[in-house]
Design a protein around this ligand. Structure first.
Ligand SMILES: Cc1cn([C@H]2C[C@H](O)[C@@H](COP(=O)(O)OP(=O)(O)O[C@H]3O[C@H](C)C(=O)[C@H](O)[C@H]3O)O2)c(=O)[nH]c1=O
Length: 181
């Protein structure tokens, strides 16, 4: 596996090295030594799966507030998603910026998302599954989010939203760190 920088500080693409043979292929998704060489602890304590049945489904934008902010390793293990990360960190050189990636089961890209960023995705096909590994346990009392179409971020999505939770439809307007008024 190889890390590659992105437009967001501390957000890395992780290119998997697939070893193919007559049966199919094999790739390592995590290695403590490789992560340490990149300066990342990778002390994952939970792993989760989300399954979305309909193309156009949108989940996000989510994050956990401090002190339960989480870093995540995200991989699309079935189907294909338009994955978006937004930098909410007040002290980040890329605060307020977002970047999108296409993650596909038949692709080699996973993402390491640092603490302090919001994450969301829209499915590009039916029947998608996403694998998450988090370095901080789920803390529902600290779960927070912002709307996928919040004008403060101006995130663009590839297609109309078909399915979205009431929770994700109802996040309050995003107030950038240090916003006045
Ligand atoms: C996140 C989470 C949820 N849940 C329960 C709570 C709900 O009863 C149910 C669905 O939760 P939620 O609607 O928050 O699921 P998603 O909208 O897929 O949330 C995820 O999607 C975005 C894109 C992310 O980046 C986060 O990993 C995560 O917030 O699972 C748990 O039991 N443990 C968990 O860690």
């Amino acid at each position: 596996m190889r890390f590659e920088s992105t437009e967001i500080d501390g957000l890395f693409g992780l290119r998997l090295d697939w070893h193919g043979d007559a049966r199919g292929a094999f790739a390592r998704l995590f290695c403590r030594e490789t992560f340490a060489a990149q300066g990342l602890a990778g002390d994952f304590v939970q792993a989760s799966l989300s399954v979305s049945t309909t193309a156009g489904t949108l989940r996000g934008m989510h994050f956990q507030r401090a002190p339960h902010a989480e870093a995540k390793l995200v991989r699309c293990v079935r189907g294909a998603i338009h994955d978006v990360i937004a930098d909410l960190r007040p002290d980040s050189p890329t605060k307020g910026r977002w970047q999108a990636f296409e993650l596909r089961q038949d692709g080699d890209l996973a993402l390491y998302i640092p603490k302090g960023c919001a994450h969301g995705f829209q499915t590009l096909v039916d029947d998608c599954e996403v694998l998450y590994q988090m370095d901080t346990a789920y803390a529902p009392g600290f779960a927070d989010g912002l709307r996928h179409d919040d004008p403060a971020l101006g995130i663009t999505w590839p297609r109309p939203v078909t399915v979205i939770s009431d929770k994700d439809r109802s996040w309050p307007p995003f107030r950038p760190p240090g916003a006045v008024g």
